[in-house]
Design a protein around this ligand. Structure first.
Ligand code: ADP
Ligand code: ZN
Ligand code: MG
Length: 500
């Protein structure tokens, strides 16, 4: 391979990348797919094991009902059709972390097929959604782990931990519908969001609960047939997958421009070097000698069971975004921020329903509160960092800001205190709220000053535009540094204006 051709933008633009993804997702069941062992990340090596997941002779698999329910839930969330009768199959291969010598998977009769996912097209700048086909979702079991370092003799030995062996997985295979690294990133982001909503997986990439292989090929634009694909494996963050796909596209174009041919193979991404390496030539399906698993009967998920499972399907992020915008009048950007996780969306929605102004709740959450959470030690984006502000506190803060009872400066001060003491806003406010001015004499004095200073608005009011009263309320509130009692103030402003 002598890809020394320099790739100008003109050359790159001659080619159309084509990408299809295979995503493996560990299911959050209590126990493993075919035995009663605990399904839990980590633990002392080889302690979450039994004769079945160790593949000891004579041990038989029993399918975990919950794993089926999670698979159906995930499949429905990505608009797949459920196959009433699906068949488990043995995928045969030797590897030290695969003690049975085969993996129980599904082959020609997977539990779900023909789904789709809408993702923003291109780099997202057009705002147009593009439908990506999902070929299938099938159930299978995870393998164990080979450990190549961390031991004194790691150079000469590989250690095996079989705790992960038999963890229930779904594999979600997309059609080759993706056309750029950006679309890959968007697809994965949306898919993860949906899976998190359904609660079937924690999608923790660092712990390997969500793993992705990217199949990449390039062809000349306008060509009728796809090029030969290479599969990029072992990439453990969405951002790295985006770079890996970008680099793989360029590598393949380089190979073709240099007169070579792209080989069908599996490649590994090395993030440090920013390039992929050939790992092995890709095996074909027939290499695995798939055959129906003789130890498991066909899996039947009838209409009744499906309906029962679907009761647990929550409103999904995309429709929820649209509804939050319509129902609460918040911006598309804020809606996207909230719907990134179900918990955040719930937090917003629940407070927004109780507050005078949902938009005020939205801006408090996305600015003042997020800002203070980020400043806290140990904050990680997307982590469920605990805010000291309860829903009551949030609603109270939003309402006080909305009515003008708290100026933005006072609100910031109180929030600072709440975060510094890790105390709820309600109690900080109770204790430290600014003194209110309720004496009518003082408030009247302020109103008189404001009326004198704004003759134009007084004219408008007298001309019948009674909403101008709000302007005077605001000005007096400002003059009183937010301390005027709003109820008293409202009443007096009208009285004064009527009397001018
Ligand atoms: P294989 O038999 O090699 O596993 P499949 O047809 O089952 O290939 O497809 C595996 C994945 O590769 C799917 O996600 C599919 O969309 C994707 N894919 C198939 N052909 C191509 C191609 N020419 N370029 C990019 N991706 C492809
Ligand atoms: Zn077991
Ligand atoms: Mg295949």
């Amino acid at each position: 391979m002598s890809a020394t051709v320099s790739l100008s933008p003109e050359i790159l633009a001659k080619y159309q990348p084509v990408i299809g993804l295979e995503v493996h997702v560990q299911l959050l069941t209590e126990s493993k797919a075919f035995c009663g062992c605990v399904n839990k990340y980590g633990g002392e090596p080889n302690t979450h094991v039994c004769p079945t997941c160790l593949g000891l002779p004579g041990a038989l698999p029993v399918l975990n009902r919950r794993a089926v329910e999670f698979a159906v839930l995930a499949a429905k969330a990505i608009h797949c059709e459920i196959r009433e009768t699906s068949i488990f199959a043995r995928k045969n291969y030797f590897y030290p972390d695969n003690p049975k010598g085969y993996q129980i998977s599904q082959f020609d009769k997977p539990i779900a097929e023909n789904g789709w996912l809408d993702v923003p097209e291109g780099d997202g700048s057009t705002g147009i959604l593009k439908r990506i086909g999902i070929t299938r979702l099938h159930m299978e079991e995870d393998a164990g782990k080979s450990i190549h370092d961390g031991f004194a003799d790691s150079v000469t030995r590989t250690y095996i931990d079989l705790n992960r062996c038999g963890t229930p997985l779904v594999e979600i295979v997309s059609e080759p519908d993706l056309r750029s690294a950006d679309e890959v990133f968007e697809y994965l982001t949306r898919l993860k969001e949906i899976l998190l909503y359904t609660g079937v997986s924690d999608c923790n990439m660092e712990e390997g609960s969500l793993r992705c292989d990217a199949n990449v090929s390039v062809m000349l634009k306008g060509a009728k047939e796809f090029g030969t694909k290479a599969e990029v494996k072992n990439v453990n963050s969405f951002r790295y997958i985006r770079s890996a796909v970008e680099h793989e596209i360029e590598r393949q174009i380089g190979v073709i421009e240099g007169g070579g041919r792209v080989k069908q193979e599996s490649r590994l991404w090395n993030n440090g070097e920013g390039r992929t390496y050939s790992m092995r030539s890709k095996e074909e399906a027939h290499d695995y000698r798939y055959f129906p698993e003789p130890d498991l009967p066909p899996l039947i998920v009838g209409a009744d069971w499906q309906a029962e499972i679907l009761k647990a399907l929550p409103e999904l992020p995309e429709p929820r975004r649209a509804r939050l915008i319509a129902e609460f009048g918040i911006s598309a950007q804020d809606a996207a921020t909230f719907t990134a996780t179900r918990a955040f969306a719930d937090q917003f929605e629940s407070a927004a329903k109780r507050a005078k102004s949902p938009r005020r709740v939205a801006s408090l959450l996305t600015s003042e509160i997020t800002m203070r959470l980020r400043a806290a030690a140990g904050y990680r984006e997307g982590s469920n960092h605990e805010s000291p502000i309860s829903e009551d506190g949030l609603v109270l803060a939003a309402d006080l800001a909305e009515s003008g009872e708290l100026s933005s400066k006072m609100l910031k001060d109180l929030l600072d205190k709440a975060f510094a003491n890790r105390e709820d806003f309600t109690s900080v406010y109770e204790r430290d709220k600014p003194q209110q001015i309720s004496e009518t004499g003082v408030i009247e004095g302020l109103i008189d000053e404001v009326i004198a200073a704004n003759p134009k608005q007084v004219e408008q009011f007298r001309g019948g535009k009674r909403t101008v009263a709000a302007f005077f309320v605001g000005q007096v509130m400002k003059a009183s540094k937010g301390q005027a009692n709003p109820a008293v103030l409202n009443e007096l402003v009208i009285k004064k204006l009527d009397a001018v």
